[in-house]
Design a protein around this ligand. Structure first.
Ligand code: ADP
Ligand code: MG
Length: 283
């Protein structure tokens, strides 16, 4: 009866829009105590918009800053990268571009050293004040040229419509819901509050995310990690069970035990339900 039950559950999950890529996940799911969620692209729709641009150097105007940033971002499939590239016009070509997962990119343009990304990639403390854009959830991405921060792009990502309800449904099942993000701690806190998540950790590198999950496991927690990016691959691999968004990076999808085919976060609570039902049949 066991293979039959498994097959039936797998079929039901697929109809629900959840692809089960590793059968053992069904045995782990009923033991899960903690759901860790990545922010960008997982809890948000992954289509950030640029809501403001500040330039800090007279050699740059917003268009030129955007063009230089996009020259690097063209080499990334990060949602922030896609947002900047989509808006850039005629741009220079960058050479020697390096991707720093969870941080941004570096390279050279016309012999100048260029970096685009978060604070950890910036040569000096970025000259950016608090978020005064119309969108309270906007976060800064900086552009540095030859060791000087020349521009700040404020990008705002929209929480998925079903995100708050999905979080609540998980919490009502007795699961601990945690936000893990590379975005700034203040952005993480504000975002978590919006969605009813009571514990949020920001400023995390991909390795920090993994370390966070490992600590929980050492305390006896059983962790499901949901993510979407290339930079989520390490933490997805380290979790007890992993789930990737279908619209996310191919690396995350191929590493995950479960894939949300249509990115429907509200299907996640039901996954726990189905897995529980399978276990009863197997017993
Ligand atoms: P999250 O954990 O929310 O999915 P990431 O780990 O993907 O976030 O990224 C963390 C931070 O690193 C971003 O908030 C941004 O500041 C910076 N970053 C990462 N990749 C890029 C990129 N391609 N372009 C600009 N900034 C980036
Ligand atoms: Mg992400």
């Amino acid at each position: 009866a066991t293979p039959v039950a498994l097959t039936a559950t797998t079929g039901t999950l697929t109809r629900d829009g959840v692809l089960l890529t590793r059968g053992f996940a069904l045995e782990v799911l009923p033991r899960v105590t903690t759901v860790c969620l990545d922010k960008t692209g997982t809890l948000t729709d992954g289509r950030p918009r640029r809501v403001a641009t500040e330039v800090h150097d007279p050699a740059f105007d917003p268009e030129r800053a955007l063009a230089w940033a996009a020259a690097l971002e063209r080499h990334s499939e990060h949602p922030l990268a896609r947002a900047l590239v989509a808006e850039a016009g005629g741009q220079p070509v960058a050479a020697g571009v390096e991707n720093h997962p969870g941080e941004g990119l570096t390279g050279t343009i016309d012999g100048h050293h260029v970096a685009v990304g978060g604070a950890s990639l910036m040569p000096a403390a970025p000259p950016t004040g608090p978020n005064t854009t119309p969108d309270p959830l906007a976060s800064p991405v900086w552009l540095a040229v030859d060791g000087r921060v020349v521009a700040t792009f404020w990008l705002a990502d929209t929480p998925r419509a079903e995100a708050a309800a999905s979080v609540r449904a998980l919490q009502e099942r007795g699961l601990r819901v945690i936000l893990l993000t590379g975005d700034r701690p203040e952005a993480a806190a504000r975002f978590a509050e919006r969605l009813g998540i009571t514990e949020a950790h920001g400023g995390l590198s991909p390795d920090d995310k993994l370390a966070h999950v490992r600590e929980r496991q050492a305390r006896g927690e059983c962790v499901l990690m949901a993510g979407e990016g290339v930079n989520d691959a390490p933490v997805l691999a380290g979790a007890d069970v992993s789930l990737a968004m279908g619209g996310g990076s191919s690396l995350a999808r191929t590493r995950a035990d479960l894939v949300l085919l249509s990115d429907r976060l509200d299907r996640l609570p039901g996954v726990f339900e189905r897995a529980g039902a399978t276990r009863h049949v197997i017993r």
